[in-house]
Design a protein around this ligand. Structure first.
Ligand code: AMP
Length: 362
């Protein structure tokens, strides 16, 4: 196991968005510096980092300079090109291990991985041909959701199918790229677990978070989630099994559906994100340690903290698009923290900031 980073050491982060920005802000109190690698000069993380390298992910000379300047490399997004990760791995430790990316960049491989752990998911089938689409619809039934295997997020690359006859037109709208067909889950609620794992195998999960989406984008996260202690324990167990199976180092976001079977509630895993996750932003102001600090601790080889919620309940609300223009209104609200990401122009579905309210009490 590599020795822990010492104050003054530098963590390299691939990607320069708000997640990198919040990682860098969490690294500073531990005496660690961050160096962001991004193709975009106007990345919002650049306001708060020690150094940056601006380059394409294929630019080997820029990647080599970056590797030279950092002690360890991590990333804020899951679509890091495999070649970039492999190139950097030869020069510096890359955490979480890039082999995780091969699984999580492809919804089908990811679902197969989770199913092999005997963890429940929605019923699913691969779709690479019209015949497979028909077979898949017969297997999972309707309603169903057709998703591109790669590069989908915030509802992009997804089509809902209400009747079998809608299958082919939906696949055509997705340009007939390789897809996964999933049975539509009639869930009671959506939750997530943010799990951190250190290189020695220790796992710490944050409390189960309840998530409300608007137009497929996370709108509000709430803790505590309205779940029973048994479901809370099941969700944490599932998350722990997943990060352990990946031999993961860092923070992972695991999204789940809560479904009712008979009188009991269970979780189905929807997807996993090999990075800090939007549904964990509440932990900055609402917990004894944030998901960002846990991630930095894990990749720096430092011990993980035991997370505990502060307050009776916590609510995180995303400020999407023009909602950022009213961020100032929250400054005078009690027990409310305002986070403005410092991005340029608000566009309709762009995450521009968030606010977190912590209700005092136990
Ligand atoms: P995803 O990109 O897979 O996270 O999906 C985005 C959102 O679409 C989820 O948070 C759910 O609200 C919804 N969704 C995705 N897959 C399903 C499914 N199989 N059944 C019901 N809703 C789904």
């Amino acid at each position: 196991m590599p020795s822990p980073l010492k104050p003054g050491a530098t963590i390299g982060i691939l990607g320069g968005g708000q997640l990198a920005r919040m990682l860098a802000l969490a690294a500073a109190p531990l005496g660690l510096r961050c160096h962001v690698y991004t193709p975009e000069k106007d990345s919002c993380a650049l306001d708060v980092v020690h150094a940056d390298t601006i380059g394409d992910y294929e630019d080997e000379a820029a990647l080599a300079r970056f590797a030279e300047a950092v002690d360890v490399v991590t990333y804020e997004f899951e679509n890091v090109p495999a070649k970039t990760a492999a190139y950097l791995s030869k020069r510096r430790p890359v955490l979480p291990d890039p082999k995780v990316l091969e699984t999580t960049q492809d919804r089908l491989i990811e679902k197969n991985f989770i199913s092999a752990l005997k963890i429940a998911t929605a019923p699913y089938a691969p779709v690479h041909s019209a015949t497979q689409l028909a077979d898949g619809l017969a297997k999972v039934g309707v309603p169903a959701v057709l998703k591109t295997r790669t590069l989908g997020y915030d509802g992009k690359g997804q089509e809902k199918i209400a009747a079998s006859s809608e299958g082919l037109p939906a696949w055509r709208r997705l340009k007939q790229v390789p897809c996964i067909l999933e049975g539509f889950v009639n869930f009671q609620r959506e939750v997530s677990v943010i799990a951190a794992r250190s290189a020695d195998g220790h796992v710490e999960c944050f409390e189960v978070t309840e998530n409300e989406h608007r137009e497929h984008i996370l709108h509000i996260s709430r803790v505590p989630a309205k779940v029973t202690p048994a479901l809370e324990a099941e969700a944490r167990r599932v998350a722990t099994r997943i990060v352990t199976a990946f031999d993961y180092v860092g923070v992972m976001g695991i999204e789940m559906f809560v479904v009712k079977r008979g009188r009991e509630h269970h979780v189905l895993v929807n997807e996993v994100a090999p990075r800090v996750h939007n549904s964990g932003h509440w932990t900055i102001d609402g917990a004894t340690v944030s998901q960002f600090e846990q991630h930095i601790r894990a990749v720096a080889g430092l011990p993980l903290a035991k997370p505990k919620r502060l307050g009776a309940k916590v609510e995180m609300r995303n400020l999407i698009g023009d909602e950022i223009l009213s961020a100032g209104d929250y400054l005078t609200q009690p027990n409310t923290a305002v986070h403005i990401y410092g991005k340029g122009k608000p566009s309709p579905r762009r995450k521009m900031g968030h606010v977190t309210r912590v209700w005092p009490g136990k």
